[in-house]
Design a protein around this ligand. Structure first.
Ligand code: PLP
Length: 285
């Protein structure tokens, strides 16, 4: 049994309830953020809470807690789950109950859901994974809203083909991001990642500070045809860290093996999370 925080109370996950009249239920109107722990410490918690606040601002949802209050509640919820080695942390802010079922009243509910961290298959990291692309554009892509209909639908399609992620491509053939990941391509000595029209991933932000000196960073959109011609591709996210991509829509990328530069960035990222776990925080942002 895990302990969640809901609206001022710490309760068993089985007893976690919100109102059926909340517009998060009726309209998918709410925001969330997701982070993991390393050595039971929440990784870049403040940055995730700041992003939650930005998501709320972008969709027009009023938060009733300060950054410090949310951080404190998250830490306390982790502390109340001592049976986890490591945790996944979901911070959800609902739209609240609305008499007309559609107009936010500024009475949202804060929930912090802490569950055991899931281990992803080792082969994703050693052998590389496949992704597919889907022609979808997210509504307000800079916000992490709880309306992830496009993600659930695109991921079902990906999983049917054995792919681990679906990447959105817009009407101009621009490759944007995955359902829950950001994307990077490496061509020669250039590393490329989309500059905007995406969720600014916290993992992506860290990677941008870890780029090896022999790589030049280009913040630009790749076209789908350009993506297929990359020497290396990887995706990044809090739960997945950095996953090398070896196939896109069944087309093999370069040698079909995780690239050397990707492996180097994975090693740099691993050093950051290890240092973080032992309290040796290198201030990246
Ligand atoms: C649409 C989208 N893009 C990118 C990411 C990666 O963000 P982060 O690295 O902060 O986990 C996520 C995370 O869930 C996401 O939902």
């Amino acid at each position: 049994m895990d302990i969640y925080y809901i609206n001022g109370e710490f309760i068993d996950d089985e007893d976690a309830r919100i109102s059926a009249k909340d517009i998060i239920v009726l309209r998918g109107f709410g925001v969330f953020d997701f982070l993991v722990t390393y050595n039971r410490r929440p990784f870049y918690l403040k940055e995730h809470v700041k992003r939650l606040e930005n998501s709320a601002k972008e969709i027009g949802l009023k938060l009733l807690h300060t950054t410090e209050e949310i951080c404190k509640i998250v830490q306390e919820t982790i502390d109340r789950n001592p049976h986890h080695d490591e945790s996944n942390v979901r911070i959800v802010y609902t739209g609240g109950v609305s008499p007309d079922g559609v107009t936010p009243q500024g009475n949202g509910v804060l929930m912090v859901m802490v569950t055991p961290k899931l281990r992803l298959p080792d082969w994703w990291y050693t052998d590389g994974a496949s992704i597919i692309t889907v022609d979808i554009e997210r509504f307000i892509p800079t916000a992490k809203s709880t309306n992830y209909l496009s993600a659930v639908s695109a991921l079902q399609k990906a999983h049917k083909t054995g792919a681990v992620e679906a990447v959105y491509v817009d009407r101009n053939q621009r490759v944007l991001e995955g359902t829950t990941t950001n994307i990077f391509g490496i061509k020669g000595t250039t590393i490329i990642t989309p500059p905007d029209s995406i969720l600014p991933g916290i993992t992506r932000g860290i990677i941008l500070k870890l780029i090896p000196e022999d790589l030049k960073l280009e913040m630009r959109h790749m076209e789908l045809v350009g993506l297929l011609e990359m020497d290396e591709i990887f995706i990044s996210a809090s739960n997945k860290e950095i996953v090398p991509v070896i196939k896109v829509n069944d087309i093999t990328i370069a040698s079909g093996r995780p690239g050397e530069k990707t492996k180097q960035i994975m090693a740099f990222f691993k050093a950051v999370t290890t240092d973080f776990g032992i309290g040796k925080v290198s201030k990246i942002f």
